[in-house]
Ligand binder design. Structure first.
Ligand SMILES: Cc1cc2nc3c(=O)[nH]c(=O)nc-3n(C[C@H](O)[C@H](O)[C@H](O)COP(=O)(O)OP(=O)(O)OC[C@H]3O[C@@H](n4cnc5c(N)ncnc54)[C@H](O)[C@@H]3O)c2cc1C
Length: 346
């Protein structure tokens, strides 16, 4: 019999399993999807933290400071551990002056972490008495939970298709509690192309709302301020059809947002068939709100404990980024390791 069961073979689950094996445990990892890697495999692979603690607190003021400390203080050591497993590093900087971290190749990271994963939905079958780590990746894939907590408007799912609140439901059934911020999510406004496939999740993101005029279908406006467009995405999610229009003045086209100019992001939208036009000497782009990950979920303590015999890690855990956004990969990495150690009494 296994010493530990892990539900979910994405970032948090694979990390927890790898750490547990390193500690000599027999681990059963179960995966509901048809491949390991979860949303991590679709991600940009940047595992990061705010450069200083005060900035983290200011950026995510509603988050549990104890959990935030665990992630913030544990990340550098956890990153060195991932590198020791031969995960391929693409860059040792994030491209964002507020943050530091490492960018991994997501496919190589998955390969470095994944071993012996069973592609099978596990939760009803977990044997009694075996410590279990829930790492099913949040509830963004469940329409009913999203409608209840976040919005009834139709969001595009910008994540793996299997993370549908299974961990949350299981934990609540075992006496766990909810975290703060159940109505918050992290996502992007994507160009409203007729078809949006997983390989479009990064190129179709239109992350320049602070250089544009933002309107909904009724012509009501929103002033974007957040550096990652978090505010405008959350606003768009509440508008009719979860849609908005960016009106971009010509002088903003040369602005650089990370690795692209605004003009290059708009060109990617046009090439994908999204509505891009010209009005009064400005460029208009139709966007739709897309949900990457929920930010509320299971409440855990500083060792990842959710209930008796039950731990959680990754996006199943809520209350870390509340009020803003911090790296989901970093939280999954640090808490995945911590939960594995605690579940094995280490
Ligand atoms: C396009 C994109 C870009 C991103 N870029 C970044 C970035 O650069 N930096 C960053 O920090 N974050 C980024 N993210 C977010 C990051 O990918 C997530 O925060 C992270 O993957 C969360 O880890 P997790 O283990 O909780 O979930 P996941 O990695 O999604 O893994 C959850 C796994 O659980 C499985 N599962 C679900 N239900 C069950 C069940 N009942 N039983 C068994 N298995 C189940 C799922 O199939 C999945 O494999 C990005 C995400 C996307 C989609």
């Amino acid at each position: 019999m296994a010493d530990l069961v892990v539900a979910g073979a994405g970032m948090a689950g694979l990390v927890a399993a790898a750490r547990a094996r390193e500690l000599g445990a027999r681990v059963d990892v179960y995966e509901k999807g048809d491949r390991p890697g979860g949303s991590m495999l679709l991600s940009s692979g940047v595992v990061w933290r705010y450069r200083d603690w005060e900035t983290f607190r200011a950026e995510c003021p509603g988050g549990d400071p104890t959990l935030q400390r665990v992630v913030w203080e544990g990340l550098d050591e956890a990153l060195a551990w991932v590198e020791s497993l031969s995960a391929p590093v693409v860059a040792r900087e994030t491209g964002n002056p507020r943050t530091i971290g490492v960018r991994f190749d997501p496919a190589g990271l998955t390969r470095a972490l994944a071993r012996d994963v069973r592609l099978q939905e596990p939760l009803p079958e977990v044997p009694d008495g075996v410590p279990t780590i829930l790492a099913t990746g949040g509830f963004q894939g469940d329409h009913e939970l999203v409608a209840r907590h976040i919005t009834s408007e139709p969001l595009v799912l910008r994540a793996n298709g299997s993370s549908a609140g299974d961990g949350l439901r299981h934990a609540l059934g075992r006496g766990a509690e909810l975290s703060a911020g159940l109505d918050e999510f992290y996502g992007r406004n994507l160009a409203a192309a007729p078809r949006i496939e997983p390989e479009d999740f990064v190129p179709l993101a239109q992350v320049y709302a602070r250089h544009a005029l933002v309107e909904n279908a009724r012509g009501e406006r929103f002033e974007a301020r957040h550096w990652a467009d978090l505010d405008v995405v959350q606003w768009t999610a509440q508008q009719p059809g979860a849609r908005a229009w960016y009106v971009v003045p010509d002088e903003a086209l040369a602005e650089r947002v990370r690795e692209r100019t605004v003009a290059e992001a708009i060109e990617a939208a046009r090439e994908a068939g999204a509505p891009v036009g010209r009005v009064d000497g400005a460029t208009t782009v139709e966007v739709v709100a897309a949900i990457t990950t929920t930010l509320g979920g299971i409440r855990v303590d500083e060792r990842g404990r959710a209930a008796a015999g039950l731990w959680a890690a990754g996006a199943d855990v809520g209350g870390i980024s509340t009020g803003g956004w911090s790296s989901g990969l970093a939280a999954a990495l640090v808490l995945g390791r911590v939960a594995a150690e605690d579940a094995l009494g280490k």
